[in-house]
Design a binder for this molecule. Sequence first.
Ligand code: AMP
Length: 222
Amino acid sequence: MRDFFVFLGPPGAGKGTQAKVVAARLGIPHISSGDIFRENLKNQTELGILANEYIKVGKLVPDDVTVRMIRERISRTDCGAGAILDGFPRTPAQAKAFDEILKEIGCQINKVPYIKVPEKVLIARLSGRLTCRAKGHVFHKLHNPPRESGVCDFDGSELYQREDDKPETVARRIRVYEEQTRPLVEYYMDRGILVEVDGDRSIDLVTSDLINLLEEVEKSDV
Ligand code: AMP
């Protein structure tokens, strides 16, 4: 059985950090739509250049572009046992398109952890966030500083502030989240697969809750 999980939560909730660790523990890929766009921009592909026009001002990339990209990504062989999706779907239209894609391959979403964090914590987290250029590892200027200033602990690459983590863009992204992505919470709640997780705790505590949750699904597959 292929297990697909969608991690939901506002920007800054820790979705990316958690999805990376949990995916590694479960041995399935972590698919971040934001990381794929950033990777494409780094390589100056057509997709990356197009997406960046939206990303740099805190808007969402159009649904058709995003859905096409995810369809291609999950068709790769490394998703044979499923995947954790982070940052996708982000609109009800994307969620419906994703359900269709999964149906075509005889799968469905099993669990949607929703990582909840108060808005003032989100703003503080995003505006202090530092991201590594090579692999997207995440640090925080105050709460999770790297050992050496400006250098990633894991791969030694440069740490930078994402353009869209600057204060004006952060406020816009939270607004866009409230308008476009929050309706997904109800969408998955109505289907009975949404599980709330308190994200305003230490990274390790949140990780262990998420792993317990996802392992329940894996056990019920056997
Ligand atoms: P993230 O790294 O998830 O915070 O994404 C960074 C930016 O990439 C977002 O603010 C959007 O502009 C764009 N993006 C990422 N995922 C999606 C998506 N599923 N749909 C539309 N735009 C997206």
